[in-house]
Design a protein around this ligand. Structure first.
Ligand SMILES: C[S@@+](CC[C@H](N)C(=O)[O-])C[C@H]1O[C@@H](n2cnc3c(N)ncnc32)[C@H](O)[C@@H]1O
Length: 396
């Protein structure tokens, strides 16, 4: 699958359009709110509503709190919901704390990487939760900050850590990785065609002196790719910056651990929504969900073996895309892919299945052989009318 989204740094037009300085923490969030538009907000709220609005106290995890746009809307829509908000970026948490101050009694904000979710929930005493949202990638705050090094269009120290309290910086990656590792990072995470050439240019440059600034790196990348390629596909450095950001923050490894952990904690009827901006994130999401929505029993058995039933059902048909209106209003939404699923009660699902099996058999008995089944749901007895399979859901 190709990488269809570059979100680490926006196109030069987008970057040019975003000039507003980040507000210092503790001042009015008004301006930040105005510049920050939560992606697919209405759809996320719609998907989460049945899980969170159940006439009892519910718990929602925002695993990527950011500027708390989604979180604020969830708290507003569900007065009985408690929010557990995670972010690895202390600056984002500080902004979110201001924004969510009026909900303070039902908000827990945690400085954590999202693969630490089980430990956070144990510490807070929530064995299960009802909603989980992952809105992956970087926030406007991080992209727009002039000193964090995420954007190729602004000169800054090569940092790119979402959590500036720990971990290696992009400067360390660029100045220490051997050629094969650098090239792999650029090729896999950035889908950079000229990964080898760029890695060679970086190695040559660092022999002359340490590469410390985002502007120098961006220029180096531009110089190392063929002239015709510089004129197509946006800024030549965008893929390199994206790749370095993913490597520096170990984004995919954390996601691979976090998704199953989040699914494990959902109550029956609980829902997970994931917004991905990169094909590798979306692929990990798709795989994590596929494992839960399929039976693990033998395909040719007419009934499920206990413990082999699917434990989730998909709520999205494949990956959902944003509408044109949203993309026009918020270019950062352009490459989002949404997937969602709900935990089901395997026993109840099995009972429903058995009822429908009976119905199907009755339907078959009423038809002559060769005229098709009453339900049209195919030859797999475990597939129900209206079931969405991963294969059917593919297509983006
Ligand atoms: C796209 S923003 C979220 C925006 C948020 N939904 C809103 O409405 O403001 C992504 C946030 O997730 C955080 N983040 C990314 N990877 C993370 C991880 N592995 N663990 C915790 N937070 C992470 C980033 O620091 C960033 O603040």
């Amino acid at each position: 699958m190709g990488i269809w989204r570059y979100d680490g740094t926006a196109s030069s037009d987008e970057q040019g359009a975003r000039k507003k300085p980040v507000q210092p923490v503790g001042v009015d969030m008004g301006e930040l709110r105005g510049t920050h538009v939560p992606v697919l907000l209405e759809r996320c709220l719609e998907l989460l509503a049945p899980a969170l609005g159940r006439g009892r106290r519910t718990v929602h995890v925002d695993a990527t709190l950011g500027l708390a746009g989604h979180a604020e809307a969830v708290l507003q829509a569900h007065p009985e919901t408690i929010l557990v908000g995670l972010d690895r970026d202390t600056e984002a948490l500080a902004h979110a704390r201001v924004r969510l101050a009026r909900f303070a009694g039902r908000v827990h904000l945690e400085h954590a990487v999202y693969d630490e979710l089980p430990e956070v929930l144990d510490r807070l005493g929530f064995p299960s939760v009802d909603g989980v949202l992952f809105d992956l990638g970087v926030s406007s705050l991080q992209l727009d900050a002039p000193d964090r090094g995420f954007a190729y269009a602004q000169d800054a120290p090569l940092d790119m850590r979402m959590d500036q309290t720990r971990g290696v910086t992009a400067e360390e990656v660029v100045n220490s990785y051997p050629h094969p590792d650098l090239a792999r990072v650029l090729r896999v995470y950035g889908e950079e065609k000229f990964a080898g050439r760029i890695a060679s240019a970086i190695i040559r440059e660092r022999e002359r002196g340490r590469i410390t600034s985002s502007a120098r790196l961006a220029e180096l990348v531009r110089e190392s790719i063929p002239a015709p390629a510089r004129r197509t596909g946006g800024h030549p450095a965008k893929r390199t910056f994206q790749a370095l950001r993913i490597e520096v923050n170990r984004e995919l490894a954390a996601l691979e651990t976090a998704l199953p952990a989040a699914l494990d904690r959902l109550s029956v009827g609980g829902r997970l929504v994931v917004l991905s901006y990169h094909s590798l994130e979306d692929r990990l999401t798709k795989q994590a969900l596929a494992e839960r929505v399929r039976s693990t029993g033998p395909i040719d058995l007419p009934v499920e073996l206990p413990g082999s039933e699917p434990t989730f059902r998909l709520l999205s048909r494949g990956a959902e895309l944003p509408g044109e209106v949203e993309v026009a209003a918020n270019p950062r939404a352009a490459s989002v892919r949404l997937r969602a699923a709900e935990r089901i009660d395997p026993q109840a699902a099995q009972r429903g299945r058995t009822d429908r099996e009976r119905y199907r058999r009755r339907g078959k008995a009423m038809h002559q052989p060769g005229t098709g089944s009453a339900t049209g749901s195919g030859s797999d007895p475990r597939r129900m009318p209206g079931d969405t399979t991963d294969e059917e859901g593919e297509g983006t």
